[in-house]
Ligand binder design. Structure first.
Ligand code: HEC
Length: 156
């Protein structure tokens, strides 16, 4: 009888553990799993923000472009395609903001939070102490604008 109980435990115990890990693997690769893990750590008030509280005027976009050039291009690339000089040596590649299927996983509010806090799971550094809230929103405005046509002049 005792042996049956032990056998039952051996079979049943790993079940919830396996089930818990399962959700991530359905998403696809490890990169995606990391992104979803980041999402779980972002407070609700940022998760639901589908636009920035700073109007994306051309002034905001210009400021964002300038901040992007000085702080972000080393990893995310000059045009935000995730191909900056530091990207080559990174295991988890910096985001390509032109890849909509990928970048849309995070709402504007989530992007703002990520820029401020960084992400342990995917290796994005935190800029909360270096950049003021307005600067971080300018950056989000700029990033979400990137895949649209006619944004090249922002880089000049
Ligand atoms: C040291 C390299 C590095 C630097 C510098 C860097 N990032 Fe990242 N960033 C990453 C990596 C790696 C990821 C994780 C990949 C992902 O989420 O697809 C990431 C992810 C992100 C994301 C979430 C992904 C998405 O598509 O929304 C945002 C937003 C972002 N970075 C913005 C910025 C901004 C803005 C700057 C400059 C202020 C910056 N990053 C500087 C490496 C970097």
């Amino acid at each position: 009888m005792r042996i049956l109980t032990i056998l039952a435990w051996l079979v049943l115990l790993p079940a919830p553990i396996l089930a818990a890990g399962d959700g991530h693997h359905h998403e696809g690769d490890e990169h995606m799993a990391g992104m979803m893990a980041v999402k779980d750590t972002i407070p609700e008030e940022y998760r639901i923000m589908d636009r920035t509280p700073v109007t994306p005027t051309s002034a905001s976009l210009k400021r964002g472009a300038e901040l992007f050039r000085t702080n972000c291009t080393v990893c995310h690339g000059e045009k935000g395609r995730g191909d900056g000089p530091a990207a080559a040596g990174m295991k988890n590649k910096p985001a390509n903001f032109h890849d909509q299927a990928h970048s849309r996983i995070y709402s504007p509010g989530e992007k703002y939070w990520i820029i401020g806090h960084g992400t342990k799971q995917t290796g994005m550094p935190a800029f909360g102490e270096r950049l003021a809230p307005l600067q971080r929103w300018d950056l989000v405005n700029f990033i979400v604008q990137l895949p649209k046509e006619g944004t090249d002049d922002l880089f000049n």
